[in-house]
Design a protein. Structure first.
Lengths: 61, 774
């Protein structure tokens, strides 16, 4: 098989195979993202906003 | 379970240091950028000084802006946001200090060595091997500190910004190490392990993904953190951010070959590069829209808040650049754009717009908070924005016009396609001079705006005092550790099926005869078994996936696999094919010792920044430069020198085309030969001696890399061969009025130039074993 890859013009095969592989990964990720619960989504999305410092202390550098 | 409240003080000192370093190095990088842009218009600005020539300063500009400006900015953003997203102080102050000072030391070393001509001759990978080792070491320290912080975190979930940082750390380490594998010949010189097409592929796997994983993914992490902070709204769609992340990480790594379209790179690799580049449109625009739509309900801030202004414009430039990138990756478009200023315009839309504006937005947001004060001048920040914006537009628009115009002129033929429309290369250079001048104006405006930011930020720093943020958390210290323990690990169904699938696919693809058939059968069997098992235990599998996203180490391994797979598929077959015994047709003739010395001078002077050595499979290229380049014709080139820009003509078949004295006078002063040339003069090549003593070590290194030098070639033989060839060239030059002697660098460089394009035709080797030439 590897020798055929070297010798043959397998551009079409390589492109289709890798496209199919990538599409598989993409579909899996989309399904996982869609199935994420609202609670989880809201929690994750608000993480940057949920850690406001309560106070600031002087730092004598 | 015991809980306790603890107050955590963040290490913002490191953030301040990196921010200040970024601001200062950014000014240096931009200043050098304006200088080299000016040199292309006014050759006098090379000052006839070796360390101020375009070829040496251009790598300084790219390395300073990428690794010093964006690198320090990225570290500032990562250290600031990671601590807060993890509700934990950075794990080790000592490692943070080593990271900071080590990185600055590396930058200083680069700023000294690059102008002195110490270069590996590969774009964005020019730094010499001792500095490469330092970069890898400091990067590992950064990685340890980062992952250690994640292990200490007091927040269970890993926000998407952290995902992008993980991808950056893992992938940059992989790319940097592989592309910098070298065989040293001395303390300041080495040859890359890879050569020819293999080196080209590895280089652009690295080069393209340096853009992806150094200039893009960390800044996307910063976008997902700082835009919600700036507008005080959560990200528009967290789902979209998840899809954005995985799609980008998985697809980006495959796209490197689009830098080598229409070259002698195998066509299947070119097709892969093009297709994956086109697929990048979707995740990139998904990310851009997610960033911009986070401003929903807060668009009015664009009028009043410079932070939002810079961040929104930065994300918009990200969208523009990621639209243009795939466009330029279409083979037919690339035939026009490649080697022209269009690529330069594309790159600067991304760096000045996306990186520069995101950095400015982040700095304007951070400065008042890190120094407990107000921004010194909002008006000055707004002025910076508009100067920068006009500067970018002038820069990018002029480079578009320049690139398309020069591309059309260089590719143009008469109606029946038998003659070039513009056979004189210099004619095309003259046509784009007004655009090159406009670029200087645009770049200068951007630089002036940047200087306003420098002043504004330092006045802000001076008006306040440094403070560290704190947070109070209810931390059960064992919580995260327990989660890590609960992870089902790698010995489970999804992982085992995946490993089996990869293993049996490899047997199928690489095996012969019975192994090939067995591999195919087992691959199908594993797929069927996995589907059946999933139907029975699907819920447990999804549980495994969900837990995966909360375990930083496991997540990191998954990211590594996603990023590595594209490189492996592309590079491993090329490693095999790039051997002389696997190539039919033309094989490069190895360089003589003197020619090798000349080649090292060519690399050192950065000639590859303006001259390519790759004649593409295009009619106009062949008509202009000669027969198209074959795979085997650069097989012994460590490093490869195909180039990425033609400010001057291609040199792949330069050997024998012109006389030695033409080259001599051209290098001493190009205007004596070509009055319209913008090439720097190289008078020091006729005063400095080439390094004769280093040649045996270099030949030995080349031999180890697979270049077929005779094993019985002694040190004396090498010196004698070099001297004999040099004397012959020098005598010829002296007879024609060129004053020189056989020890000078110019002699070695001329020897190299006259060798370019020499090959042995293996299909005719029995009839004519001597070297051929076009």
């Amino acid at each position: 098989m590897f020798k055929q890859m070297m010798v043959d013009d397998w551009a079409n095969l390589a492109a289709i195979a890798t496209f199919a592989f990538t599409a598989g990964v993409f579909i899996f990720v989309v399904i996982r993202a869609i199935r994420m619960s609202k609670q989880k989504r809201d929690h994750m999305a608000n993480l940057p906003l949920s850690e406001e410092p309560l106070k600031q202390t002087d730092n004598h550098e | 379970m015991s809980t306790q409240k603890i107050t955590i003080e963040y290490d913002d000192t490191t953030v301040r240091y990196f921010m200040i370093a970024s601001v200062i190095w950014g000014a240096v990088g931009l200043l050098v950028g304006v200088l080299i842009a000016s040199q292309l218009n006014f050759w006098q600005m090379n000052f006839n000084m070796s360390w101020l020539t375009f070829g040496r300063l251009r790598p300084l500009h790219t390395n300073a802006t990428i690794f010093a400006f964006v690198g320090n900015m990225m570290f500032a953003g990562v250290y600031y946001s990671t601590q807060r997203l993890c509700k934990a102080r950075t794990a080790s102050d000592l490692l943070s200090k080593i990271h900071f000072w080590g990185w600055q030391l590396i930058i200083v070393a680069a700023a000294i060595t690059l102008p002195l001509g110490y270069s590996r001759g590969k774009e964005y990978a020019e730094l010499i091997w001792p500095i490469n080792i330092a970069v890898a070491g400091i990067w590992v320290i950064f990685g340890i500190n980062f992952f250690w912080t994640l292990a200490k975190r007091n927040e269970k979930s890993l926000y998407v910004a952290i995902w992008f940082y993980i991808a950056t750390i893992v992938t940059v380490a992989m790319l940097y190490i592989v592309n910098h594998l070298s065989l040293p010949t001395g303390p300041l010189h080495s040859y890359p392990l890879f050569g020819g097409v293999q080196d080209a592929l590895v280089q652009w796997w690295y080069g393209h993904n340096a853009v992806a994983f150094f200039l893009t993914t960390p800044i996307l992490g910063i976008m997902y953190y700082f835009i919600p902070k700036a507008v005080e709204r959560p990200v528009y769609s967290y789902r979209l951010s998840v899809i954005h992340f995985w799609s980008l990480v998985f697809i980006y790594i495959w796209a490197g070959p689009h830098h080598l379209l229409n070259t002698s790179l195998p066509s299947w690799l070119q097709s892969l590069g093009m297709i994956f580049s086109l697929m990048l449109w979707a995740p990139s625009w998904g990310g851009m829209l997610n960033g911009l739509l986070t401003l929903r309900g807060a668009w009015h801030l664009l009028r009043t808040d410079p932070v939002v202004k810079f961040l929104a414009a930065g994300v918009t430039f990200y969208g523009m650049s990621t639209f243009e990138g795939p466009l330029l990756s279409i083979k037919s478009v690339n035939a026009l754009s490649h080697y022209t200023d269009w690529t330069i315009g594309h790159v600067h839309g991304g760096t000045l717009g996306w990186n520069g504006f995101m950095a400015a937005g982040m700095f304007y947001w951070l400065a008042p908070r890190l120094f407990k004060t107000k921004l010194h001048s909002v008006a000055m920040a707004n002025m910076h924005f508009w100067l920068g914006m006009i500067g970018i537009l002038l820069y990018v628009a002029s480079m578009w016009v320049s690139g398309i115009m020069q591309g059309l002129m260089l590719n143009g033929t008469n109606e029946d396609g038998t003659l070039l429309a513009y056979p004189n290369f210099l004619e095309t250079l003259q046509a784009i001079r007004p655009m090159m001048l406009t670029r200087v104006v645009g770049g200068t405006l951007y630089f002036v705006g940047y200087l306003l930011m420098v002043y504004n930020l330092f006045k802000t720093f001076a008006s306040g005092s440094p403070v560290n943020g704190t947070v109070e958390v209810e931390a059960d210290e064992k919580t995260i550790a327990k989660i890590e323990q609960k992870f089902p690990g790698f010995i489970n169904a999804p992982v085992l099926y995946s490993c089996g699938l990869i293993l049996f696919s490899c047997i199928w693809m690489f095996g012969d005869g019975i192994w090939m058939i067995l591999g195919l059968i087992l691959t199908i069997a594993v797929c069927v078994a996995a589907i059946m098992h999933f139907e029975i235990a699907g819920s447990k599998w999804s549980q495994w996936y969900d837990q995966l996203l909360e375990h930083s180490y496991v997540f990191t391994i998954l990211v590594f696999i996603a990023a590595a797979i594209g490189g492996a598929v592309q590079i491993i077959p090329t490693v095999t094919i790039n051997r002389a015994d696997n190539i039919e047709g033309r094989i490069q003739v190895p360089y003589t010792p003197l020619e090798l010395a000349g080649r090292d001078i060519y690399v050192s002077e950065g000639c590859y920044n303006c001259h390519s050595q790759m004649i593409r499979t295009m009619v106009s290229d062949v008509m202009r430069y000669g027969d198209y380049s074959r795979l085997g014709e650069s097989i012994y080139d460590h490093p490869y020198q195909w180039g990425s820009k033609r400010t001057g003509p291609d040199l792949a078949r330069e050997g024998g085309r012109r006389s030695d004295d033409w080259h001599y006078f051209h290098m001493i002063n190009p205007r004596d030969i070509s009055p319209q040339s913008n090439m720097p003069a190289y008078p020091w090549l006729n005063t400095a001696d080439y390094d004769l003593k280093a040649l045996p070590a270099k030949i030995d290194a080349m031999r180890r890399l697979g270049v077929p030098y005779p094993m019985d070639l002694s040190e004396e033989d090498i010196h004698e061969q070099a001297r004999a060839q040099a004397i012959e060239i020098a005598n010829g030059l002296n007879e024609r009025g060129a004053v020189t002697d056989e020890n000078k660098q110019i002699i070695a460089l001329i020897a190299y130039m006259q060798k370019l394009g020499k090959y042995t035709d293996t299909t005719q080797v029995t009839m004519n074993p001597t070297e051929n030439q076009e």
